[in-house]
Design a binder for this molecule. Structure first.
Ligand SMILES: C[S@@+](CC[C@H](N)C(=O)[O-])C[C@H]1O[C@@H](n2cnc3c(N)ncnc32)[C@H](O)[C@@H]1O
Length: 442
């Protein structure tokens, strides 16, 4: 399909009803609300990942995965990306006042949660709504600044805070820029006994102006068989309007996609992971091939993964190293193009902590065959390892990787170096399921 032909730039009158100038609008205020002033920030390039060697050594990555608080990260991106990102998907903590653990290691029995290994995922814990709004407000401002003039923001929340967020977005974007309020419905078990089961999220969609991308033809879906039957029987059924039954319809503003539940094939173990189908619809509708898609609360990397599959570029960011690690592994497993791994300079975690003495007996290098083998003792808890065959001491070029497979089989113990004329050292980076990182030069 030629997506360019399906771009609709326009201002459907039902959406962009301009309000008379100076119409006073209600505004959300709270005691600690203040005008956001982004601080200058800067990003450090930690590694370039070439999934299974693809693109190495000349491929120039156009995608970025960034570790750090998104306030500082987005500020650091402003000089290069202000008004330049056509689509941002934001899935922040929902103000649930819970902590979400991540399920780590794989191969445990999904039906026996008491046997899972859990680790810190991310907190959604706040002193109160004011603290939450203090987090959200300046970040929405920055997203607005990063969006291109024809860009769209999808803000994903639920009943806990969407009512506040909508007022904030009205203030930042203007109420006339609300394009849709999408209701994502799903089903699943619930402990609730004294109310209806809460099984929907709300995605607020705002455009930066009345010129925006909406690829209607890319997201059409078949009409309900009953509708087709009715129109085939009587073309007058639609009060004079005959739908193009072959072409399909533009989906309603309520969407059903199953959640990524315990047994779902997309499951990474990272908490509150969103289904790829949800992101696919958003990206197809509101971006074009080659566009940059931003996700500054990227979690397990669903947006980045879908962007790479659909030929979009991505900037994905999260403050949790486990989220960034999970995203990296998903992108590698999907054989995405090369991407940069950066960190915001004030992020305490530098990605590495060497373990003294580990080198001597834990790694064997067979120079003639270029094989590197790890000892059994390292393998037991290993989640991921990668090799830079030509480590320059600054930016790690990850050319060969091994990922812990799904199920109970162990991670590969032996990896083979590519045949290159190496000037530097061969260096390994290892990530244990527990979160421990190490780098070993051989
Ligand atoms: C709801 S989850 C996102 C899930 C994601 N959409 C997915 O499909 O996996 C929210 C994420 O926001 C991240 N986060 C929270 N506060 C952040 C901040 N200030 N900067 C960057 N990331 C943040 C959390 O670490 C968490 O991974």
């Amino acid at each position: 399909m030629d997506f360019q032909q399906s771009i609709v730039f326009g201002s459907p009158s039902s959406v962009f009803r301009r309000l008379p100038a100076f119409t006073p609008m209600p505004e959300l205020t709270w005691s600690t609300k203040s005008t956001p002033h982004p601080q200058p920030g800067s990003l450090v390039l930690d590694s370039i990942i070439y999934p299974f060697g693809s693109g190495y050594p000349d491929g120039i990555p156009v995608n970025s995965l960034i570790l750090g608080d998104n306030l500082a990260v987005m500020s650091a991106l402003l000089p290069e990306y202000e008004d330049r990102i056509p689509l941002i998907y934001a899935d922040p903590p929902f103000f649930t006042n819970r902590r979400y653990p991540a399920r780590i290691g794989r191969g445990e029995d999904s039906r026996q949660p008491d046997k899972w290994r859990l680790a810190d995922g991310y907190p959604d814990h706040w002193e109160g709504i004011e603290a939450y709004l203090d987090m959200l407000y300046p970040r929405l401002h920055l997203m607005h600044r990063l969006l291109s003039p024809t860009g769209t923001l999808y803000l994903h929340l639920d009943w806990h805070a969407n009512q506040y967020a909508r007022l904030l977005l009205d203030e930042i974007f203007g109420p006339e820029c609300l394009l849709n309020e999408i209701i994502w419905v799903y089903h699943g078990p619930s402990a609730i006994r004294r109310a209806f089961n809460r099984k929907h999220d709300t995605i607020l969609v705002y455009t930066k102006s009345d010129r925006f991308t909406f690829n209607a033809d890319a997201v059409r879906e078949p009409y309900n068989p009953n509708t087709v039957k009715t129109f085939n029987a009587s073309p007058r059924a639609g009060f004079g309007k005959v739908p193009d039954l072959e072409r399909g319809k533009i989906p309603e503003d309520w969407w059903y996609f199953p959640v990524v539940a315990r047994l779902h094939r997309e499951r990474t173990g990272y908490p509150t992971q969103k289904p790829e189908a949800l992101l696919e619809r958003i990206l197809l509708a509101s971006s074009n091939p080659g566009d940059i898609v931003g996700d500054f609360f990227c979690g397990s990397g669903t947006t980045a993964l879908v962007a790479s599959r659909l030929g979009r570029r991505f900037i994905a960011n999260d403050s949790s190293w486990r989220a960034v690690h999970t995203s990296r592994c998903r992108l590698i497993a999907a054989k995405s193009g090369p991407f940069n791994l950066l960190r915001e300079e004030h992020t305490g975690f530098d990605g590495l902590s060497s373990r003294a003495g580990v080198r001597a007996n834990a790694v064997q290098l067979h120079r003639s065959s270029g094989a590197i083998t790890l000892s059994e003792s390292l393998i037991a808890d290993l989640d991921y390892w990668e090799i830079d065959p030509d480590w320059d001491g600054r930016v790690f070029r990850s050319v060969v990787q091994a990922l812990r497979p799904r199920g109970k089989s162990p991670i590969e113990r032996t990896l083979h170096l590519p045949r290159i004329a190496s000037k530097g050292t061969t260096s390994l980076r290892l990530v244990m399921a527990s979160g421990e990182h190490m780098q070993i030069d051989v």
